[in-house]
Write a protein that binds this ligand. Structure first.
Ligand code: HEC
Ligand code: HEC
Length: 329
């Protein structure tokens, strides 16, 4: 960084940030105090051009995320980042300090049945949004600056390419619901602490996992109405680590080929525990569902109870898996 040239914009910029961090008053700097840098942020040029931090995510902290619902699940996942010093300042003051940087990554997502339910995860980055706090109205004639922030968007294929042209049309219209909250949706960022929990949308609701949140209700997997295709998916994420579907091919657990209707502990090619073999249980759909719901309790002492103690909590998933097991000849 070059030595301070005392222009109006650069004056006191780093000073301000440093003073903020130390909890001192920014007024201690005077017009003539030399400072180390000639712009107020290393990510902003003298003309207000915003650049994406070259070594992101180094120096940043994940502060929270959004999942945007789409047809059939989660369409986009948004992950938001800030620098630890800005997070600390927010936690103390309830607002971001001059020069604070917020970055939002928008990712496409994929989903599949998991042991937790239908779970989605982020894949390709679709775009990057970035805001830089400007408490001094520095770049009045630059259309990407105003209302206390610099606003920018970056091409995911090349983050040196800033692609927003005018914050009023490209960004601000969508941030109007957060207008009274310095244009940002802080309540979604747990890292910001209690002071971020303001301006919540009316009617914000808590969703339950479908179809039954924690699987607390009685086993419903006895009506044979499970979906074997969904069950196959669930089986492949949850059971295949221990069970094959090839007849006679044991692994950690026995092959489940032909399990439906069989007496417990009698499949070929596997050394069962005596508890399983002597249980007297026949694998009806109802008993399969009970075993999957509580692997430790249904046949006490069987080895799956210790290896897979939580079982399949969601009754729909149990039903689906049982339906699938019925197809394994
Ligand atoms: C389609 C509406 C829309 C547009 C366009 C939009 N935003 Fe946002 N932005 C939101 C919403 C809503 C959130 C919070 C919820 C979410 O991410 O789904 C958000 C969150 C953000 C965040 C995370 C911090 C916060 O406010 O919670 C940043 C940073 C951000 N936007 C920057 C920008 C910038 C810069 C632009 C323009 C280049 C822009 N946004 C354009 C709607 C929009
Ligand atoms: C971490 C390993 C593990 C996982 C995961 C697991 N099991 Fe098992 N399972 C076992 C073991 C080991 C046995 C044999 C228990 C014994 O002999 O005491 C067993 C036995 C069984 C039996 C009795 C088979 C028979 O021939 O009597 C069924 C049915 C079964 N498991 C179904 C499932 C299903 C369905 C899943 C997935 C939802 C699953 N298990 C997940 C380890 C596992």
């Amino acid at each position: 960084m070059s030595k301070m040239n005392r222009n109006r914009t650069g004056q006191g910029a780093l000073m301000f940030v440093a003073a903020g961090l130390l909890g001192l008053s920014a007024c201690k700097g005077t017009q003539d105090t030399p400072v180390e840098a000639d712009t107020y942020s290393s990510l902003v040029s003298e003309r207000g051009e915003i650049s994406f931090p070259a070594d992101f995510p180094d120096g940043f902290r994940f502060i929270g995320s959004w999942a945007v619902a789409g047809e059939g699940g989660v369409a986009d996942i948004h992950s938001v980042y800030a620098r630890p010093s800005d997070v600390d300042a927010f936690r103390q003051a309830g607002r971001f300090p001059d020069g604070a940087v917020l970055i939002k990554e928008v990712s496409a997502s994929r989903g599949a049945k998991h042991t937790t339910g239908e779970a989605f995860w982020p894949t390709d980055t679709k775009t990057w949004f970035m805001m830089v706090k400007d408490a001094k109205g520095r770049f009045g004639d630059n259309p990407l600056w105003g209302d206390g922030w610099g606003w920018a968007q970056f091409d995911p294929a090349d983050t040196t390419r800033q692609i927003a042209t005018d914050y009023k049309t490209d960004c601000q219209s969508c941030h109007i619901p957060a207008q009274d909250n310095d244009w940002i949706y802080t309540y979604a960022y747990p890292a910001l602490g209690p002071r971020g929990q303001v301006n919540l949308p009316e009617g914000a609701k808590t969703a339950a996992m479908t179809p039954d949140a924690a699987g607390h209700e009685a086993s419903a997997a006895t009506d044979g109405k499970g979906d074997p295709a969904a069950g196959k998916l669930a089986f492949e994420t949850t059971c295949v680590a221990c069970h094959s579907t090839v007849a006679g091919k044991g692994g950690v657990g026995p092959s489940l080929a032909g399990v439906a209707g069989r007496k417990a502990g009698t499949g070929p090619g596997y050394a069962y525990s005596p508890e399983m073999t002597n249980s007297g249980v026949t694998w009806t759909p109802e008993n399969l569902a009970k075993h999957l719901e509580k692997p430790k309790e249904f046949i006490p002492g069987n080895r799956m109870g210790n290896l897979f103690p939580n079982g399949v909590r969601d009754s729909r998933h149990r039903m689906d898996i049982v339906a699938y097991l019925g197809t394994l000849k």
